[in-house]
Design a protein around this ligand. Structure first.
Ligand SMILES: O=C(O)CCC(=O)C(=O)O
Ligand SMILES: [Fe+2]
Length: 403
């Protein structure tokens, strides 16, 4: 097993902006340095969509998905946005009743268990109705009229009055259902595009009754107000992290780290955000030189990224993209990410059709539970999949598929 010595690879800090979505032509958004971000229109002809999804996941592990049926204006998305914006507008002590993130629940600034911090607060929920109901109990128990009041105060959303009639857990669950369906559709298209023997192999892993899917809702406060916000008070975590970061620290690439560099560990992530930019992806330009690319905001799109498990299942044919959020805006960024994941007991092993003489087995097999345990023991930026790589010395195992 190869153990990388450095947890965070040295990165050049050139950040280029991709062209705004309106400039997208023939399926790609052109960026600086010849970088392109693929756009896939789900309403196009199925065979073409399947090929585009497979090409985008193999090229960068990332694409902008449109025509997917869950735009920001759809009731299911608008209701969730209204409810979560109202939640984040509550007083710190009230929000903390849904925390601390362990790792599920309300978290503020602290990400994971190993000292990673970002200028954000979040709700991380298990995408299983019983777990959502359990976590949402404290939120649902709050005075409904007060909650709607906060909602109306911060946005003119017509969905505010309905927010508490439905309860947070009902709103979250209906959104999860929509994302589950979309993730399943994209994974089936991917299976078709890759020409898998069982094109539904990936989606079946994520729709199993025991699947470990998650929903994360991130709220990044306006970065230019961060001094005034007294984020330590917001988070009530003075004793856990250095206060240096809130005094203007945690700076990088012209902004503050909202969510540090990482790859998502799961199978597939579906990200929807408001019109505030911040997401950056690490992709190669046409000469193979990697750079950070600022993803133009697009509230009507869903950004799809390949996770580590999908990279392992396809023997590295699909790429688990590294990404981060750098906060520079004077308005809050609100993002919602659905992580399609396998069950804890699922064994992750490269599919036979992805192993060839020229591309032998790259990773030893592991269970999702084992991968999660490894992940929780490491910093956010760690290239965890490297720990499961098969050494050249183990090539006999690899070719015999014993790994
Ligand atoms: O909030 C975002 O836009 C991205 C956050 C992210 O990458 C994550 O939660 O895994
Ligand atoms: Fe992520």
């Amino acid at each position: 097993m190869v153990v990388p010595s450095a947890t965070t690879p040295a990165r050049q800090e050139t950040v280029v902006a991709a062209a705004p979505p309106a400039a997208a032509a023939s399926g790609v958004v052109g960026g600086g340095g010849g970088v392109t971000i693929a756009t896939v229109d789900m309403s196009a002809e199925r065979g073409a969509v399947a090929r585009q999804v497979a090409t985008a996941c193999a090229a960068h592990g990332f694409f902008r998905c449109v025509g997917h049926g869950v735009p920001a204006a759809a009731p299911v998305a608008a209701r969730l946005d209204a409810a979560t914006a109202a939640f984040f507008a509550m007083a710190p002590a009230e929000k903390q009743r849904a925390g601390p993130a362990s790792p599920l629940g309300y978290g503020c600034r602290s990400i994971g268990f190993n000292g990673d911090v970002g200028e954000l607060e979040y709700l991380l929920l298990h995408a299983n109705p019983a777990a959502v109901a359990h976590r949402a109990r404290t939120i649902d128990a709050m005075d409904p009229s007060r909650f709607s009041e906060i909602c109306l105060h911060i946005s003119a959303s017509e969905y505010c009055s309905g927010v508490m009639q439905r309860s947070i857990s009902a709103i979250v669950n209906e959104y999860i259902e929509a994302m589950k369906k979309l993730a399943c559709e994209i994974l089936d298209l991917l299976g078709e595009g890759l020409g898998l023997k069982d094109p539904r192999y990936f989606s079946k892993l994520t729709t199993n009754a025991d699947s470990d899917c998650l929903l994360r809702i991130n709220h990044y406060p306006p970065s230019c107000n961060i001094h005034k916000l007294d984020h330590d008070d917001q988070c009530n975590i003075k004793s856990l992290v250095s206060t240096k970061a809130s005094n203007g620290g945690n700076l990088m690439a012209g902004g503050r780290i909202g969510f540090g560099e990482h790859s998502d560990p799961q199978i597939l992530s579906l990200l929807r955000a408001n019109d505030v930019e911040g997401l950056q992806v690490f992709v190669p330009d046409h000469e193979g030189k990697e750079m950070w690319v600022q993803v133009p905001s697009d509230p009507s799109a869903i950004f799809v990224n390949v996770g580590d498990v999908l990279q392992a299942l396809t023997n590295g044919r699909l790429i688990s993209i590294r990404h981060r959020v750098i906060a520079t805006a004077c308005r809050p960024r609100l993002s919602t990410i659905y992580f399609a994941s396998p069950p804890l007991h699922a064994r992750i092993s490269a599919l036979p059709e992805t192993i060839t003489a020229s591309s032998p087995r790259r990773y030893r097999s592991f269970t999702w539970a084992e991968y999660k345990t490894t992940m929780y023991s490491l910093r956010l930026s760690h290239s965890r999949l490297e720990l499961f790589k098969i050494d050249d010395d183990d090539s006999d195992n690899a070719s015999e598929g014993k790994a």
